[in-house]
Design a protein around this ligand. Structure first.
Ligand code: ADE
Length: 229
């Protein structure tokens, strides 16, 4: 899978060189590159922002550097990429979004800063690929980089081969619409706290039932919205 990110703070993306995603890159399962938007400017100050038409607080990202970046990055692409604008005004990113995007060949994350990006950049991107505006939650970050990293990690770990033990993907939170059950390891008693006896029983049917009950109870208490309640 190929993933590009366009940003004025490419250093953020060094986090993707660590751990499993770093290994996935080394193994060629993931081809990731961060592009500095300022490399597509032509003035001495490498300007990427300007004041908004119609007035209002703050600065907007100007269209020209984005247009050049897209022409450069999307021009090399063999099949229609998905261009993701990170935005608190977008659809909310879910595990189902991660699954859907993990099946695509080329993703491009456009990370805005300031008060956002000139709308024509989004309209232009739509002539080059499939555009999605995606938020990672109902709160506002200073820019899209942290949001893009969260999405890239959630997506890339679903690409076959990235996680060694694929079974671990099956039992985790959100894989079946429920939160994960609580887990325990040795010792069976620690500081007066005991592991639930059913887990030591060796009765696999009983353990599976207990885990499922725990998932439902936890989801009902913490995230009733997931149960449609
Ligand atoms: N940029 C700023 N806030 C964001 C959010 N919640 N999700 C995605 N991108 C953002």
């Amino acid at each position: 899978m190929r993933i590009d990110a366009i940003s004025i703070f490419t250093e953020y993306f060094q986090a993707l060189d660590l751990s499993l995603l770093g290994k996935a890159q080394a193994a060629g399962l993931l081809n990731f590159k961060a592009h500095d938007l300022r490399d597509y400017t032509h003035d001495r100050h490498r300007t990427v922002d300007d004041t908004p038409y119609g007035g209002g607080a703050g600065m907007l990202m100007k269209p020209e550097p984005w247009g050049e970046a897209f022409d450069d990055i999307l021009g090399e692409s063999d099949d229609a990429p998905v261009i993701i604008f990170t935005s608190p005004a977008g659809e909310v990113f879910k595990q189902s979004t991660a699954r859907e995007l993990a099946g695509r060949k080329h993703l491009v994350f456009a990370c805005g800063r300031y008060e956002g990006i000139d709308q024509r950049v989004v309209d232009y991107a739509a002539t080059k690929g499939e555009v999605r505006l995606i938020s990672i939650g109902d709160y506002v970050l200073n820019g899209g980089e942290v949001a893009a990293i969260a999405m890239i990690e959630a997506i890339a770990r679903l690409v076959p081969g990235v996680i060694g033990n694929a079974e671990s993907l099956v039992e985790e939170s959100h894989s079946d619409g429920l939160l994960e059950y609580p887990s325990y390891t040795k010792p069976s008693e620690w500081r007066g706290l005991e592991v639930p006896p059913v887990l030591l029983s060796g009765n696999h049917a009983l353990i599976a039932k207990w885990r499922h009950d725990q998932q439902v109870e936890r989801t009902r208490q913490v995230r009733p919205d997931l149960l449609g309640e």
